[in-house]
Structures are given as structure tokens and as C-alpha cells.
Design a binder for this molecule. Structure first.
Ligand code: DGL
Length: 271
């Protein structure tokens, strides 16, 4: 048993897709969340910059006595997981391998679509891990660089003509290719799940990288006998690197509970 909190981070709101699943699976766990809202998006940046930012995010989170860190960000998981895991004495867990495994299991026709940030797609990490599980799979990958800024701007709802137009444009080639499974390889994208489902149609299975990462983290903690013994009442603290207000409003909508009192601001450049 380990009562210490779990650290979770992302460039912004996206990692809340993992937080929501962690709360569903492990409602007694305490969570410290960091969203780097002052520097989002990460996905168009170089690997060097992403690694630098990720190291600072982890250094801030480790000011808390944590039992594990979940990288609730596809971009950091594809680009910096090995570096962060090697540098830290606590488990550092990513979202890419669990999402790739779920996609490899899910496909029936062998055609898997993958959407993510430019850095994630460029890394080739999802394809490698999908093929390791299912060598016959064909992976059609597309970066969707406008999705993260639009989500951070609160434009994630069905009926918003801007996000619907952008989604149609990005997803049309995947639809035409007949994929039966689509990996939402960036943790921001499940906030667009209604919009993406409306584009792709009901026959396509959507794989949520944030939720798959959370499931794998919960399983890893259980296997290491590192869960809290509380069955409910986990405490949540959130930190951001820019204005608290926008994060609080959108996070409260997405999570379905009011986070306002639990959000703080941090000068991430100092770490
Ligand atoms: N949620 C991050 C991811 O999973 C978004 C990256 C970004 O900031 O561009 O990739």
C-alpha cells in the first residue's frame, strides 16, 4: 500500500482525459495535476524543446512526494518517456504503448487510423508499437495541429462550425481509407470525441490515449501493490503555468465537477 499521490501532467487540458479515467478506476487516489498552459501546444516543437519542457514539468511535480508520474500527453510520451524514466527513481508511465496495444487488439480489418500532434506522428512511436502487437496492421497517420489550440480555446463541442470544419478536413482521408479503428493519439483529442465520432461514423472504434494510459497506470500500481487503501475521497490539486481562470472553467466542464478552488499557478520556467 502506498498513500502518496500520483502526479499527472500534460501541456494543458488534455491530460484531464487520463484524470477522469483514473478517478473512475481509483476514486481513493490523490492526484497532483500539472498543465503547462503557458507553453501549450507542445506538438509543433522540436524534440529538444519537448524534452526540456517535460523535464521542468517533472521537476515541478516531484516537489510533491509522489509514488508515480503519468505522462498524460502523447507528445511527451512519444518523445521523452525514455529520458524521463531513466532520470527518475519513481515509475514514469506513458500513454502510447497502452493506446497502441488497444488499437492492435481492436482492429478487425487491419486498417488503423492514427491522429496526433506533428511531433508524435514524426516520432513513428505509435506505428512501431502497433506493429509490434499486430505485424499485419496498416497504419494511416495524420497530424492534426489545429486540434489542440481549438480545444484549449474551448471549441470542442458538437455544433461548433469551426471545429467541425477542421475535423472534416483532417479526418476525410482516414474515412476514405476505410479504417475500422482510430487512435486519438493526443490526449486533447478525446475532448473532441463527439465531433470525431460524428465525422467517422459509428462503425469506427475510437481509442482514447488518455483513458488507455490511465488504465495501464492503474494496473501497474495494483501489480506493484502501490494503491491507496481508500476506496473513495481522493484529493485533487491542479497547477497551471498561466491564468487559472480559463483552465478552471474548461476543466470543470470536462470533468463534471468544480475544480476552481483546487487550481494554483506555478512559474514553470523556474524549475
Ligand atoms: N495532449 C498533448 C498530446 O497528447 C498535446 C500536445 C500539444 O500540446 O501539442 O500530445
Amino acid at each position: 500500500m502506498d498513500k502518496r499521490p500520483i502526479g499527472v501532467f500534460d501541456s494543458g487540458l488534455g491530460g484531464l482525459t487520463a484524470v477522469r479515467e483514473l478517478r473512475r478506476l481509483l476514486p481513493g487516489e490523490d492526484i497532483v495535476y500539472f498543465g503547462d498552459t503557458g507553453r501549450v501546444p507542445y506538438g509543433g516543437r522540436s524534440a529538444e524543446t519537448i524534452i526540456k519542457y517535460a523535464r521542468q514539468d517533472v521537476a515541478f511535480l516531484r516537489t510533491f512526494d509522489l509514488k508515480a508520474i503519468v505522462i498524460a500527453c502523447g507528445t511527451v510520451s512519444t518523445t521523452a518517456l525514455d529520458v524521463l524514466a531513466a532520470e527518475n527513481p519513481i515509475p514514469v508511465l506513458g500513454v502510447v504503448a497502452p493506446a497502441a496495444a488497444a488499437a492492435a487488439r481492436s482492429t478487425k480489418n487491419g486498417a488503423i487510423g492514427l491522429i496526433g500532434t506533428q511531433a508524435s506522428i514524426r516520432s513513428g512511436a505509435y506505428e512501431r508499437l502497433i506493429r509490434a502487437e499486430n505485424p499485419a496492421a496498416r497504419v494511416l497517420a495524420r497530424p492534426c495541429p489545429l486540434f489542440v489550440p481549438l480545444v484549449e480555446d474551448g471549441r470542442f463541442r458538437l455544433g461548433d462550425v469551426v471545429i467541425e470544419t477542421v475535423a472534416e478536413e483532417y479526418l476525410a482521408p482516414l474515412k476514405q481509407a476505410g479504417v475500422d479503428t482510430l487512435v486519438l493519439g493526443c490526449t486533447h483529442y478525446p475532448l473532441l470525441i463527439d465531433v470525431i465520432r460524428a465525422c467517422m461514423g459509428p462503425g469506427v472504434t475510437l481509442i482514447n490515449a488518455g483513458a488507455e494510459g490511465a488504465k495501464a497506470a492503474a494496473a501497474a500500481l495494483a501489480a506493484a501493490d502501490a494503491l491507496n487503501d481508500r476506496q473513495a475521497g481522493g484529493r485533487y490539486r491542479y497547477f497551471v503555468s498561466d491564468r487559472q481562470e480559463d483552465f478552471s472553467r474548461l476543466a470543470s466542464i470536462f470533468l463534471g465537477w468544480d475544480v476552481t478552488e483546487a487550481v494554483g499557478q506555478v512559474d514553470i520556467a523556474a524549475f
